[in-house]
Design a protein around this ligand. Structure first.
Ligand SMILES: [Zn+2]
Ligand SMILES: [Zn+2]
Length: 419
């Protein structure tokens, strides 16, 4: 018998955390934060009550709250080496920028880093009477799904998955095992993504047209994953020399380069980076804006970060463009810009003259891909749907019940199940 406790990331995107307990072992799968105005944490577990934490990938909604366990304890963190380095950068930045009280500090982060155990795709890792195996999730470099054998049951936790190839990573495949339980994400359970190639071409066409008119393109992008994907696309379509990268993505690029095994096309990525101009300070920033250029800068939702500076400088220039390439959470600067065409510059709300477009370069499976993934599963697993807005979790549950005849539900925070 195995007990599953859903501690967070239920009917919401953020603070993912699941506790898996067998007779002899207790393993925590992710322990993320909700990045709202005030950071939100998963339900509490005592550090002494777990045998280890599996971190599926670097994004803070999966990793951000892990340092909580290192105030007193030294439990192992099972993590791919690339994710470990990315996590250090992201959590450090999270601590630095958080205006709110956090239950941990740099010291706990460093203690946590010392407890990291390197794991790799396909490796079987034993934790007391449990065995688990990380499997490529196709989401960002180093990301994995978790296959767990415990208490005579087999469980699959997809974490964040993408089943199509992107420039950076190969898509996830449906594991061939028979599972008793599958815990699946549902970020885009009700939304289709456009065909990737068409999307790339449309995006490039728009970028070209802005550059040809002498304008500047701002691409607000999250530092881990999306920024590198955009640089790779720009390079693949022949953009050289006038591409700038700003913010934490610079550090992240170096980490990606140190772990080429996690990239689909490491040589192409290396080439892409070799022609990118790295922005090192305010002088470079002003320089980047002086000529037709393409600037990739955080934050992806125009909430803080250096993208704001660029925005202030090109929003009123009708030759320029602002191309959003990430999901825009309602209420963020990016979401408001898309809705109203307006942006706050200084203390004034201005009508943006630059071209504003959104391109859906997602690193999550879309509706059809999620359906295909579930359809591809063998046996008759019980399905738990998490990591999506409430209506998305419910929609995927309904689809699974109606189309596949499987038992499915969308747990609430704190729900426990025995399987
Ligand atoms: Zn993610
Ligand atoms: Zn996530």
């Amino acid at each position: 018998m195995v007990r599953l406790s859903f501690l967070g990331g239920t009917r919401e995107v953020g603070r993912n955390a699941i506790l898996v307990e067998s007779a002899g072992a207790r393993l925590l799968l992710d322990y993320g934060v909700m990045l709202d105005e005030e950071p939100g944490f998963p339900a509490h577990v005592r550090a002494t009550d777990i045998d280890g934490i599996v971190v599926t990938h670097a994004h803070l909604d999966h990793s951000g709250a892990v340092p909580i366990f290192y105030l007193t304890e030294r439990k192992p963190v099972f993590i791919t080496p690339i994710t470990a380095e990315l996590v250090r950068v992201l959590i450090k930045d999270f601590i630095k920028l958080s205006g709110y009280y956090l239950p941990f500090e740099y010291l706990e982060l460093e203690t946590m880093m010392r407890c990291c155990r390197d794991i790799h795709y396909g490796m079987r890792i034993r934790v007391k009477d449990m065995v688990f195996t990380p499997i490529n999730a196709g989401h960002i470099p180093g990301s994995f799904m978790v296959d767990i054998e415990a208490g005579g049951k087999r469980i699959l936790y997809t974490a964040d998955i993408n089943t199509i190839d992107t420039r950076l990573v190969r898509g996830a495949r449906v594991p061939r095992r028979r599972y008793d339980v599958v815990i699946i994400e549902s970020t885009y359970a009700t939304q289709e993504h456009p065909d990737r190639r068409d999307l790339e071409e449309e995006f490039i066409k728009e970028v070209r047209s802005v550059i040809d008119e002498g304008g500047r393109v701002l691409i607000p992008a999250f530092a881990v994953g999306r920024s590198q994907e955009m640089l790779s696309i720009l390079h693949a379509y022949g953009f050289r020399r006038n591409v700038y990268i700003d913010g934490m993505a610079r550090e992240v690029n170096e980490i990606f380069l140190s772990y080429p095994d996690y990239l689909k096309a490491p040589r192409a990525f290396m080439k892409a980076l070799s022609t990118v101009r790295v922005v090192r300070g305010w002088r470079d920033r002003r320089e980047a804006l002086k000529r037709p250029s393409i600037i990739v800068a955080p934050s992806g939702m125009l909430q803080g970060g250096t993208a704001i500076y660029y925005m202030e400088n090109l929003a009123l220039d009708e030759r320029s463009g602002v191309f959003l390439v990430s999901f825009q959470i309602p209420g963020t600067g990016g979401a408001k810009l898309l809705e109203t065409g307006r942006f706050t510059i200084g203390d004034r709300e201005e009508e943006v003259k630059a071209r504003v477009r959104r391109f859906d370069f997602s690193s999550h499976a879309g509706m059809t891909q999620l359906h295909d993934f579930l359809r591809g599963l063998r046996g008759e697993p019980k399905i738990y749907v998490i990591h999506g807005e409430e209506e998305n979790c419910k929609a995927l549950v309904d689809w699974t019940v109606e189309e596949l005849g499987l038992e499915a539900q969308a747990p609430q925070q704190g729900d426990e199940f025995e399987v």
